[in-house]
Design a protein. Structure first.
Length: 94
């Protein structure tokens, strides 16, 4: 999805994987500021050398034992095939 292997992606800044102005980074910044989880549906991802995708994005804070942020969890779920099926079904509906 991000055009890299999981092994190569570990430890890389998210902006290096998505592009520095990607909406996923804005969602991460909101969670870093508010501490509240966010779920956003159908976020476009257009990698420079791959196929455009639609993603559901979930971002949550990972708290430490003291309650301070220890990190953040970003879950990307590819909805491209589902969106394509919905589009196809809407064209076939009378």
């Amino acid at each position: 999805m991000l055009e890299t292997s999981p092994e190569a992606a570990i430890g890389q800044p998210l902006g290096d994987l998505t592009g520095r102005d990607h909406p996923i980074l804005a969602l991460l910044a909101k969670v870093q500021t508010s501490g509240s989880p966010i779920v956003e549906d159908e976020v476009p991802l257009s990698p420079p050398f791959g196929t455009a995708r639609l993603l559901d994005v979930s971002v949550s804070q990972l708290p430490s034992r003291t309650g301070e942020p220890a990190g953040w969890v970003v879950v990307l779920r590819d909805r491209t095939a589902f969106a394509d099926l919905q589009d196809e079904a809407s064209y076939k509906s009378p």
